[in-house]
Design a protein around this ligand. Structure first.
Ligand SMILES: Nc1ncnc2c1ncn2[C@@H]1O[C@H](COP(=O)(O)OP(=O)(O)OP(=O)(O)O)[C@@H](O)[C@H]1O
Length: 331
């Protein structure tokens, strides 16, 4: 499947010119020993958008983030982040970005406020400015009450919020969030999504990696699926869903005789004898649904349950990453 996927067109502005890129990369490559992790990655992430890099475990998502945030160097290819060349202007790249990794930068032994003030110091803010920014961010991330408690006493969601608040002390224009909601409960995950949306409404560009398809679907303007070292597909969630077949109508019966009669009449349907269910391919349009219903009426078939299934990102992910997956190397 990946090899047959057409590249998506570049996002463009109303006047047809390509949108200014917060991150652009051509042919990024990285290997560990003889294991190729990134095998020529191209990216174009417009300013002020949310980009999600999806991929199975060990696909190379963190490696891509580490390269683009100058933590490690690529073996080949070129990239510009915030308008600066990744190799020649690494210092300028660092000044423009914030990174929160899977392993938090939060120091549990000191309070949330002290963590923030330390960050302000590292960003060379004056004492007064550091205090102002700290108070503002703690308030924004609902941490004012807990500000004077050791960070080790915080819940997972609070630690994650503190982590992002610390990243924002330096007012980065681009934020890399490596699996920002892994391990969070549903409520904390939804809170984090809201925070991410607010960041973007302030003009920040967000590059996030995730294993949660729903997260990419909910948040991202564009999504790239990384598999076997390559971008298997890239586009909006809707564009990706259109790439794969999988839409169907499912008819379920309670009466085995009715099921058998319907299965005989509907020769093109896939059968699930155990569930007494039939599955008909469908593109999900109203016109097609109506013609199927008319046909069922004319054949005198009455199902007890009819459900319409349109492909979701899960289907896309499974279709694109179904080929032999690389085994995770031991680090
Ligand atoms: N420093 C390293 N030395 C050797 N191999 C490494 C190193 N870092 C990563 N790898 C390997 O590179 C591959 C990609 O790792 P990476 O952490 O980028 O994947 P990932 O997509 O972020 O995975 P996950 O979703 O599990 O976090 C894995 O097979 C990993 O074991």
């Amino acid at each position: 499947m990946p090899s047959s996927v057409m590249p998506m067109p570049m996002p463009s502005q109303a006047d047809g010119r390509p949108s200014p890129a917060a991150v652009s990369a051509v042919g990024l490559r990285k290997s560990y020993g003889d294991k190729v992790v990134l095998d020529g990655i191209d990216l174009h992430i417009p300013e002020g958008s949310i980009f999600a890099l999806l991929g199975p475990n060990g696909a190379g998502k963190t490696t891509a983030v580490k390269i683009l945030s100058t933590l490690i160097t690529a073996d080949g290819g070129q990239a510009r982040v915030a308008g600066h060349d990744l190799t020649a202007e690494a210092q300028s790249v660092r000044a423009a970005i914030g990174v929160t990794g899977q392993f938090s930068a939060v120091d549990g032994l000191i309070t949330g406020e002290e963590n923030m003030l330390l960050m302000a110091d590292l960003n060379h803010l004056s004492k007064q400015e550091g205090r102002r920014v700290t108070a503002e961010l703690l308030e924004r991330f609902d941490l004012t009450e807990a500000a004077k408690k050791p960070a080790s006493t915080y819940s997972g969601g609070m630690k994650r919020r503190l982590d992002i608040a610390m990243t924002l002390v330096g007012s980065p224009r681009i934020i890399f969030l490596d699996e920002p909601t892994t391990g969070l409960d549903p409520r904390s995950r939804h809170n984090m999504w809201q925070i991410i949306r607010e960041l973007v409404s302030d003009g920040v560009t967000v590059f996030l990696t995730t294993q949660y398809l729903e997260e990419a679907d909910q948040l991202a303007d564009r999504i790239a699926v990384l598999n076997n070292g390559k971008i298997a597909a890239e586009g909006t969630a809707e564009e990706l869903k259109r790439l794969i077949p999988g839409g169907h109508i499912r008819l379920r019966f309670t009466d085995p005789d009715a099921y058998r009669a319907a299965a005989t009449a509907l020769t093109g349907a896939a059968r699930d004898d155990e569930a007494l269910a039939l599955q008909l391919p469908s593109n999900g349009t109203q016109r097609e649904l109506r013609s199927v219903l008319d046909w069922l009426d004319s054949a005198d078939i009455e199902a007890d349950e009819l459900t319409l299934h349109t492909p979701d990102l899960d289907d896309v992910f499974f279709a694109l990453t179904a080929t032999a997956q690389p085994k995770e190397a031991v680090r």
